[in-house]
Design a protein around this ligand. Sequence first.
Ligand code: G3P
Length: 253
Amino acid sequence: MNQKSIWVGTNWKMNKGPAEAIADARALAFFRPPEGVRCFLAPPATSLRDVGAVLQDSPLMVGAQNMYWEDNGAWTGEISAPMIAECGASIVVLGHSERRQHFGETDWTVNLKVRAALRHGLRPLICIGDTLDEYEFGVSQETLARQTKIALHGVSQEDLERVLVVYEPVWAIGSAGRPAEPAFVSQIHTTLRGVVKEIAMQGSSVRIPLLYGGSVSRGNIRDYVALPDVDGVLIGRAGWNPADFMDLVESVR
Ligand code: G3P
């Protein structure tokens, strides 16, 4: 049976100091996801190197949660793509709505970061999302198409093969959020599939993985991954505990 690959990742956000991060990475180090399921976790930058070392021989990939687009220089407080790659990251989460909302991230800065990540061999996981207002005014599709097109502007056909996109409705994230209805996610992802197909050259066989994120739980994960244009999920809270994360991963096959 020709099943699609499924991506399951967890974003630890600003949680877990190095001691806890190492202990949790050790708990995950011998985990073997079911065939066709590709897993990753995104610890805080302070634990990237340690978690990368613990998971060196594991199929679990490690991702950073952010980076700057210059390689080095007078950018106090920032970290760059070559730095996170050296720590063992192969993925970098870019443009998360928490960064757009609280740290002035824009479509333009996301594009600069995407291109810098690709230059250094990282897979950018581009977060796009509609606000509650946009959702209620019925302009989600326009917002998401704009964010995707700008994020991918100037990316070569070859590099597109390393890109991942995750749709995270801002209104569905976190404890105050509510999960998006699978039927709505399905509609959005079908539109997004069209948008990314348009960006890929005509006749290109590139299939950019399109993930969903926002209050994913053990109770709804299968509903999302069953959708034809959903290639995986990005989990927050429900995936922070290693045993829960493994259970969520097992549950998709
Ligand atoms: O990046 C994942 C995240 O924003 C979703 O968080 O806690 O709603 O699953 P959560």
